[in-house]
Design a protein around this ligand. Sequence first.
Ligand code: SF4
Length: 244
Amino acid sequence: MPKSRNVLEEVIARLKAVYGRPAPPAVVDPLELILLENVAYLVGDEQREKAFEALRERIGTTPESILSAPDAALLEVARLGGINARQRAQRLQLIARIALEEFEGDLRWALKQPLAQARKSLKLFPAIGDPGAEKILLFSRSHRVLALDSNGLRVLVRLGFGEERKNYAATYRSAQDAIRDYLRDDYGWLIRAHQLLRRHGQELCRRSQPVCAACSLTDFCRFYQVGRVSHRPGTGGRARQPRA
Ligand code: SF4
């Protein structure tokens, strides 16, 4: 590892060497990111993007355009995003009402508040918890945080950044505490780190039967090194902090 890199920077550099430099996110507006999260449920990225594009093209993504759209048009879009379409169509209307009533239709000023307050503001919206709020803050370049989806979180915990706790939220905070001192103060790097960790969790470091034989991170990975992968496939990792 080059001396100028810390351990997390080395992990991200190796993932970039394997998967390539990720394309910048297609959606970066905070309200659109909330709509993207809510427009689909339990579907892959491609179907979620298809539903979101239909929303953008047929209805629009401003609070006013959503609230003036016929219920049937919203339902049609929500159907593209999987099950529980009626509930999700109503959620899109709820999101529009919250955006207007709490933020006068423009979330950008709220996201410029201190991190804890900005996170709290975003959690007023349906289906947005700490991980979702942090993704919005990162992709909209409002706060320099390394947001993690469930795939990225699993990779970091297996590597030894943080540990599994009694629930997802506690595990998430444990990993965030563990990586805090390793982060770059650079939006581009943080966004790529989010994307690369997610992809690694989807492709190799899968929840069940991770493909460690093909992974370039084995020398950093406590989960691999203590032999849990071969003995207990599909479990999480309770690894210690990796070497700096
Ligand atoms: S070595 Fe295995 S458990 Fe560790 S990061 Fe790679 S795929 Fe995941």
